[in-house]
Design a protein around this ligand. Structure first.
Ligand SMILES: [Zn+2]
Length: 467
């Protein structure tokens, strides 16, 4: 590509006499490879990787976020305090145009909740109410359980649903395959007359940990209370039922929605040296569920993308284009932050030349996912080769993220994702076990380094990433 010739030529022309001679002889004896256009960025790449991986700065910042503010559900005081801290700390880092962009977010409150098998012998069931669920009456709902393995079995046994609590006991395969039971199971059960729904946790069998997450009621059926059940409790109930035993459960939940609350996306930038209106967008979401401390989902995505910008700035690198970090709010139960960002910046959507979200954890082995045209993929594959010191030179499909989605769709923007190992990520996803202890300092440092290198090159290279 013409880019590489230009880069080599300019080095030859600008090099000092001796360096120029050395370069010239090297250029003469070594045929330019497909990735020689990256040569101007190799020094910055080494410096960024060294600066990120030399200590545990990013992990300590993640621990500060999660220790100080805890979990950060939309509408909570914890989240608002974390927003204030992030904006203040970004300013202290030296990021530019640091601001909060207001958005109203839904406020759902879990309250107390419990479930118990009441048909003798009594036994507590490990549950977490699903986000958005309504409450039970104060005395709870008591009913016999109907266990189904999936939507097909629910339809086959439609006549048995009325007045029962339906337990969706679909084994976890992948998040994408089984999350539908959490989001849509309660609605389907309600359509057939169920009084409540329990959903086997969307995650591998862990340490009897239920996994929360959002549900979606529909207009065609009344909302019913719904909770996730640990895999072990779901298995136990299913085994009892398979032996011909009627399992009767009492479910008590206080969950309810309150009025929308003011919140804000946090934005910080490195203004572009030559084309400041062109934006390389990075970020994660600062909100979390109200269990654990939202370390992996998605405190670490916020810290890693923010750290990428801080590293670039701290090394005195000011790329051609603007690098903008956004810590979105309300990814978990509404996407109000992502939608507000896309609305506010709609006129500049096409100026978003690249967007990267980190919302899949940073667990090893991690990879870089990308979605874009074949032309963009070729360039990105080259850029990913710079990450070979981090062991991630191979790029995979599947870039994108819930928060960068709306603006990227509007701007036809190529999208990337930092993808942690899904087995480790979904083991603690939306559970009380999502704390900073699960994450190794080296994993955060590597994510920040990889994101910094990609963002820097995409923001600095002469031509935009192809659409
Ligand atoms: Zn997330």
């Amino acid at each position: 590509m013409s880019l590489s010739r230009r880069a080599v030529l300019s080095q030859l022309l600008l090099g000092a006499p001796l360096g120029g001679a050395l370069l010239a002889s090297r250029a003469y004896t070594q045929a330019p490879t497909r990735t020689s256009w990256l040569n101007p960025y190799r020094d910055a790449t080494s410096r960024l990787i060294h600066a990120s991986t030399k200590d545990d700065f990013a992990w300590r910042r993640l621990a500060e976020l999660t220790d100080t503010f805890g979990h950060r559900l939309s509408g909570s005081e914890n989240l608002e305090r974390a927003i204030g801290w992030a904006a203040e700390t970004m300013k202290r880092d030296g990021l530019e145009n640091v601001r909060t962009e207001p958005v109203m977010v839904p406020r759902w409150v879990r309250g107390r909740e419990s479930a118990e098998i009441v048909s003798p012998p009594r036994h507590p069931v490990a549950i977490l109410g699903l986000g958005g669920s309504i409450a039970t009456p104060p005395e709870g709902i008591e009913a016999d359980i109907l266990v189904v393995n999936g939507f097909d079995e629910l339809r086959e046994r439609a006549a048995e649903v009325k007045g029962r609590i339906v337990l969706f006991n679909a084994p976890f395969t992948t998040y994408g395959d089984t999350v539908n039971y959490r989001t849509g199971g309660p609605r389907s059960a309600s359509q057939l007359g169920a009084v409540a729904a329990l959903v086997r946790s969307v995650g591998p069998t862990g340490l009897r940990t239920p996994h929360t997450g959002s549900l979606q009621y529909g207009p065609s059926a009344p909302p019913i209370p719904a909770a996730s059940v640990s895999a072990e409790d779901a298995d136990r109930i299913a085994r009892l039922v398979a032996r011909g035993i009627t399992v009767r459960v009492r479910l008590k939940m206080e969950a309810h929605a309150e009025a929308d609350a003011p919140s804000a996306n946090v934005v910080g930038e490195i203004r572009g040296r030559l084309r400041p209106q062109e934006i390389v967008l990075l970020g994660g979401h600062l909100d979390s569920w109200d269990v654990g401390t939202g370390a992996s989902d998605d405190g670490v995505g916020c810290i890693a993308t923010w750290e990428a910008a801080r590293l670039i700035m701290s090394l005195g690198l000011r790329p051609r284009r603007t690098i903008r970090v956004v810590l979105w709010v309300n990814e978990e139960n509404g996407l109000r932050g992502a939608n507000a960002y896309a609305e506010k910046h709609a006129a500049q959507a096409a100026d978003h030349v690249f967007a990267l979200e980190s919302d899949s954890g940073v667990f090893e082995p991690a990879s870089l996912g990308f979605t874009g045209s074949s032309g963009a993929r070729t360039v990105m594959r080259d850029i990913a080769s710079l990450l070979s010191p981090l062991g991630m030179a191979e790029m995979v499909g599947g870039g994108g993220g819930a928060d960068i989605g709306p603006i990227s769709q509007a701007g036809n923007t190529p999208m990337a994702a930092y993808l942690g190992n899904p087995a480790r990520y979904f083991a603690i996803h939306h559970t009380d076990a999502d704390t900073v202890e699960r994450i190794a300092p080296a994993e955060v440092a590597k994510a920040a380094a990889a994101i910094a290198v990609v963002a820097y090159v995409v923001a600095e290279m002469p031509d935009q990433l192809p659409r």
